[in-house]
Design a protein around this ligand. Structure first.
Ligand SMILES: NC(=O)c1ccc[n+]([C@@H]2O[C@H](COP(=O)([O-])OP(=O)(O)OC[C@H]3O[C@@H](n4cnc5c(N)ncnc54)[C@H](OP(=O)(O)O)[C@@H]3O)[C@@H](O)[C@H]2O)c1
Length: 265
């Protein structure tokens, strides 16, 4: 899908991957509506022409305001980037139920409900001249949405669900012109680790993750390439495909190694 002149909603745009995506998409000629809770941080990321919506996207009213702002400012929406998400380093049996539900509200239900608002709008509006598609939904999942990570078991489950639904939506609406892209980053150098709902990564992982981390800018460039090429999935860095493939081919070996890193083998 072309990015130039497209109207793009980005959630979680106040920092990290979302802020880098805002800069990359703006540079490629997109018109932006940025959403997150921290209005001051959002305004620092936003350019003068961008729409800004401050609020919690797990609230129905915030999601309605995001679509309303896109329509008020630009009269349409072409791309929805569901990027806001949160981590959770807790054992699935011992973690509080409320925390697990809060994780799912943000990582799965908010993206789903936003798409349920935005996709009908994409189908209603006239296509831009020369556009092959009616719109695109980009869901930022994780490598943890392709390989279950034991220190992240509930987070993994929410990101697997997001990947699965991304594929489902693609197949449900292909003929109507809606495209979808699942983005699966490995480690990205952001404040994600500092903002998890609770818990901390196992020590061996905390020590090694910097070696494999990419910048949010590199992640944003990979997402834009994926959008332009109508990709189904972007795994970034591409070397993370090796882990995804190993987990499919040799699940027993990979799960044993991951449990060892988690100190639960
Ligand atoms: N960093 C990584 O290593 C990594 C790896 C794989 C996947 N990911 C995924 O990439 C996405 C972005 O993560 P990041 O690394 O950029 O993390 P981050 O730096 O913590 O940014 C998260 C963004 O989401 C927003 N947000 C959080 N809760 C929200 C809520 N309830 N309503 C609205 N906005 C909310 C935050 O803004 P406010 O606090 O202002 O609301 C912020 O803009 C997430 O889905 C994450 O799961 C990250």
């Amino acid at each position: 899908m072309r990015i130039e002149r497209r109207v793009v909603i980005i959630t979680g745009a106040s920092r990290g991957i979302g802020a880098a995506l805002a800069r990359e998409l703006r540079q490629a000629g997109a018109r932006l509506v940025l959403a997150a809770r921290n209005e001051e941080a959002l305004r620092q990321v936003a350019a003068a022409d961008d729409g800004v919506v401050a609020g919690d996207i797990t609230d129905t009213s915030t999601r309605a305001r995001i679509l309303a702002e896109a329509l008020r400012r630009f009269g349409r929406v072409d791309l929805l980037v569901n990027n806001a998400g949160v981590g959770h380093y807790r054992n699935s049996i011992e973690a509080e139920s409320e925390e697990i539900r809060a994780l799912w509200e943000l990582n799965f239900f908010a993206p789903l409900e936003l798409a349920r608002l935005v996709v009908p709008q994409m189908l209603r509006q006239p296509r831009l001249p020369g556009a092959d598609e009616a719109g695109m939904v980009v869901n930022v999942s994780s490598v943890a949405g392709k390989v279950t990570l034991p220190w992240f078991s509930m987070y993994s489950a929410s990101k697997f669900a997001l990947c699965s639904w991304t594929e489902g939506l693609r197949m449900e609406y292909w003929a109507k012109g809606i495209r979808t892209l699942a983005v699966c980053p490995g480690y990205v150098r952001t404040e994600f680790q500092a903002n998890v709902l609770s818990g901390a990564p196992p020590a061996p992982l905390a020590a090694s993750k910097e070696r494999f981390a990419i910048t949010p800018e590199a992640c944003a460039r990979a997402v834009c390439r994926g959008i332009r090429r109508n990709r189904r999935t972007v795994v970034t860095p591409a070397s993370s495909w090796a882990l995804v493939a190993a987990a499919r081919l040799f699940p027993g070996i990979v799960q044993h190694q991951l449990a060892r890193i988690n100190n639960t083998a």
